[in-house]
Design a protein around this ligand. Structure first.
Ligand SMILES: [Fe+2]
Ligand SMILES: [Fe+2]
Length: 331
């Protein structure tokens, strides 16, 4: 019988799952690459309290320098251009606030999902690496929540597409689906976004945090690849098709998240107009495609970039630039 404590639905997300915790008596690691990654994880630990320059000023909300001519022109040519330059600066800070808030919620998802992997992964080296990753994710949660608490006037709640994806991922009893949702999709997108922090964020503190976190996330994505590599070749076509469907649903949720409905609501822009801007603005399109490029390369490495997945991602407009080249569709 399961006992669920009462929770405030607005303050927490309860997810039920029927998983089997697995203990193994095979302590001899069979996968040297996974073990090497665990060694890297131990050597790469850092302390969010002392290794971040928390005294770095964050001029949140203050006027920003010019964007590139390309980005400025795209804004001025759009319908939002009528609000003028001060609106663009407010949008840029709000976008950062929204992104960092979503990073925080995603980090907590990663923390909980990785703790699950400690229980269910079949090999000892998988459990060891997942245990190290739990500590990494705790540190990420700590760093992003401190940044938001100390510097951002009004952080954002979790966006509903991300909450849906975390719910889908954590309620699935199949460990590889949990790993696909978190390690490949959520973490792949987050890592790419951290790497864009220098150009898309506006203060040195968040850039520093993003740089530190991205180092850990690179290991986490590698962990997903090593854990999942070869697995799908051995599955039946029906089992593979279920995974492909999950990937496309997850990608669509993440695409919808980047239409920024929560940001438009706060800025007093009609959702339809804001979403149209996010869909058509070349900078926003390029941003979505760039952050998805890492997901596409990982899907290819684990053998899930089938033609139906490629077609689905292309139909969502996620295969431009590097992502398109990786999928073999462009240049
Ligand atoms: Fe993380
Ligand atoms: Fe991670």
């Amino acid at each position: 019988m399961s006992v669920r404590l009462p929770v405030d639905a607005a303050a927490a997300l309860p997810v039920d799952a029927a998983v089997t915790a697995l203990l193994t008596w095979e302590y001899e690691p069979a996968n040297p690459r996974m073990l090497a990654l665990y060694e890297q994880a131990k050597a790469g630990q850092w302390n969010a309290s002392t290794d971040i320059a928390w005294e770095t000023p964050v001029p949140f909300g203050e006027p920003l320098g010019d964007d590139s001519a390309f980005v400025t022109e795209a804004f001025e040519m759009s319908s939002l251009g009528r609000f003028g330059r001060p609106f663009w600066d407010v949008f840029r800070w709000e976008f950062q606030s929204w992104m960092v808030s979503q990073f925080l919620h995603g980090e907590q998802g990663a923390l909980v999902a990785t703790a699950r992997l400690v229980e269910v992964l079949p090999t000892v080296e998988g459990k060891l690496h997942a245990a190290g990753q739990v500590v990494d994710e705790a540190r990420h949660l700590e760093a992003f929540s401190r940044y938001l608490r100390e510097h951002v006037p009004e952080p954002y709640p979790i966006s509903s597409p991300l909450a849906d994806l975390l719910g889908d991922t954590l309620s699935d009893a199949r460990w590889d689906v949990a790993a696909l949702g978190m390690q490949v999709i959520v973490e792949g997108i987050a890592m790419a976004a951290f790497r864009l922090a220098d150009s898309s964020f506006h203060d040195d503190l968040i850039r520093q945090i993003a740089r530190m976190v991205a180092r850990d996330e690179a290991r986490h994505v590698a962990f997903g690849v090593i854990a999942l590599e070869g697995l799908y070749d051995e599955m039946t076509s029906a089992e593979r098709a279920e995974r492909e469907e999950f990937v496309l649903e997850a990608a669509d949720l993440m695409r919808r998240r980047f239409l920024l409905e929560d940001v438009w609501d706060r800025l007093g822009v009609a959702r339809s107009e804001g979403v149209e801007f996010a869909l058509s603005n070349p900078m926003m399109t390029q941003y979505r495609q760039t952050v998805f490029a890492k997901v596409v390369s990982t899907l290819r490495r684990i053998g899930l970039l089938s033609s139906s997945v490629t077609d689905g991602l292309a139909a969502m407009g996620l295969l431009g630039g590097a992502a398109g080249r990786l999928a073999g569709r462009l240049g």
